[in-house]
Each structure stands twice: as C-alpha cells, then as structure tokens.
Design a binder for this molecule. Sequence first.
Ligand code: NAD
Ligand code: LMR
Length: 338
Amino acid sequence: GWTSIPSEPINVVVTGAAGQIAYSLLYQLAAGSVFGPNQPINLRLLDIPVMMTVLDGVIMELEDLALPLLREITPTTDPNVAFKNVAAAFLVGSMPRKEGMERKDLLAANAEIFKVQGKALDQHARKDVKVLVVGNPANTNAWICSHHAPSIPKENFTAMTRLDQNRAQAALAARLNVSVDKVKNVIIWGNHSSTQYPDAAHATVNVQGSTKPVPSVVNDDNWLNITFVEKIQKRGAAVISARKMSSAMSAAKAAGDHMRDWWIGTKPGEWVSMGVLSDGSYGIPRDIVFSFPVAIENGQYKIVQELQINDFARSKLSNTSKELEEERTEANNVLQNK
Ligand code: NAD
Ligand code: LMR
C-alpha cells in the first residue's frame, strides 16, 4: 500500500503537458491520488514551444490548487531537462487521432517523438523509472521508446490499455445492472486499437455477496463475443465522433489508475491489463508491446499465467498480435527513412 512515512519528493514528468489529457491528469498527480497522500512530487512539464503560453496558464492553475504535495513545477521544451532523474514518466504528448483516422495513420506523425524521448530517458532518467505511454499508437510508441533506451530494463516501458479495461468493466456492470466495483478481472488483450480483444471469459461479478463468472450470469454468448467486443473496440472512435476530440477525462483517469496500481500493487486474486513487452506468454510473439493481464507486487508486474484460451479467443489474440507486428515493421520503416 501507500507509504505512511512522509518522503522526499519524486520527480514525475508529463509530456504533452499543455494538452487535453494532461489537464485532467495533473490534478490527480498533485492531489496524491496516484503516488499516495504522503508522497510529495516535483512536476516536469514538457511541451513544444508554441504551447508554452498555454502551459503557463496551466501552471498558474496548478499553483492555485494550493495542494501541499506539489513542490517544484518545471515547464520545459527540452527533453534533456524534462527527464532528469524522473521516477515516473507519463508520455502523453503526440498528435491525437481525428475523425476517420486509424491508429496506423498516427505512426508516421508520432514515431520520431518517441525515439527522441527514449534517448532522453536513457541518458537522464532513473534506471528504475516507470514509463507509461499514452500517446497513440501507444503500444508501438512504447516499443520505439524502449528500443532507444537500452540502459533501462524493457519491463519499465508500458502502454495504456487501462481505458479499454475501464470501458469494458463499465459496460459489463451496466449490462448486469450492478455498480462497477462488483465486476472484476475483465481483460484487454493486444493492441490499444480496434483489433484489441476485450475478454470477459475470466471476469467475475459479485451478485448479492457471492462471486460468479460473468459469462454464466450474462448467459448470452452472442452479446459477449460480438456486441460487447465491438462496443469496446469502437468506443474511442465513438467519443471522437461525438466530442470532435478524443477522450481526455477518462483517458487521464485511466492513466492515473495504471500508474497507481503499478506503484502500489494489485489486490490478491485481481489483475489489471497493461501493454508490456511480450515474453512469449500465451504464444504471443516476443518483442511487441502487447496488453496482458498482470498482477503487481512491490512495483513489479507479472503476466497472469494459465488462463484457458479457447479457439475464439485464440483467433482474436492472433489478429491483434499480427497488427502489432505490422506496426513494428512500419515503425522501423518510418524511423529508417528519417
Ligand atoms: P492534445 O492535442 O490535447 O495534447 C497533446 C499535447 O502534446 C499538445 O499540447 C502538443 O503540443 C503536445 N506535443 C506534441 N508533440 C510533442 C512533443 N514532441 N513533446 C512534448 N509534447 C508534445 O491531445 P490529448 O487529447 O491530450 O491526447 C494525447 C495523446 O493521447 C494522443 O495521441 C491521443 O490519441 C492519445 N490517447 C491515448 C489513449 C489511450 O487509451 N492509450 C486514450 C486517449 C488518448
Ligand atoms: C481512445 O481510445 O479514446 C483514444 O485512444 C483515442 C482514439 O484515438 O481512439
């Protein structure tokens, strides 16, 4: 759990600090809901030169929160300053998807950012830094970043699929007419894209004090395998179509959830989904950042093993891992042609 001993501040970097997601994320960090109510933080806020005036305004608001855990605030356009001795990095900054775009379209626009930031992490960050990539295409950006930071262990680089997990949990709770906290262990496999596999086969729901498998309570395979899966796969696009901007409040909340669980751990018997470097578990190819269910203890995650994978799930896993292999090839092309 969170330490109760008041400690020295840690350095935390947020990139894309003048953007939409950061605007909601920074409050959670300053309020202590991610690193705990006793952990002071210094914030390093990275953005690009044209956004510095906007960032000044965000900093005024951070000061005006009057929150005691928030110590130094450093705005910068220089990755070498931003990543100095950071213990945690939220890599949010990048161009978001617009209506009609698929995540692949973002690779060309964003690959270079994550190469530069990987190098800066390698040179300046703590070697135990926990890196969460939010900027899309998140999985492949995390792969690019870790590739350019050879001195930092590969397991320190993760990509965010927690928003998909939260969406899936909320959708199941709505279907079962229970509050979200009653639903546990839904899994997001693969890419944070429309090929992801939101999997309720191992999820449980607590109904009137007793824990039951979600599939038996829903009792409708067609809904679970098609309607539910497509709803979660297309939720990001649905938000973009309605808001004309990509999800930000929910994305920021998910980023806080991801980092908090990585920092303080998951409860016994429970797991969360994170994009992590594949070690070959479940027959997934190595060397892609793939979302798996993980259990976390002492700041270290372990991929949950030995879940039953049926033929339907197997074909979904293979589809999304193929997309990630294609993105890796594409990323190599983009970076070589620079
Ligand atoms: P935004 O456009 O509001 O903010 C992005 C910020 O990044 C801008 O201020 C921009 O100036 C900055 N930026 C651009 N290049 C930069 C660089 N090289 N260094 C530092 N900062 C840079 O976008 P947003 O809504 O905050 O979304 C940010 C990213 O998060 C997008 O890629 C979006 O698609 C992604 N996203 C991911 C998830 C997920 O679940 N993984 C969910 C929602 C959004
Ligand atoms: C989301 O899932 O909402 C984000 O990744 C934005 C997008 O492009 O879908």
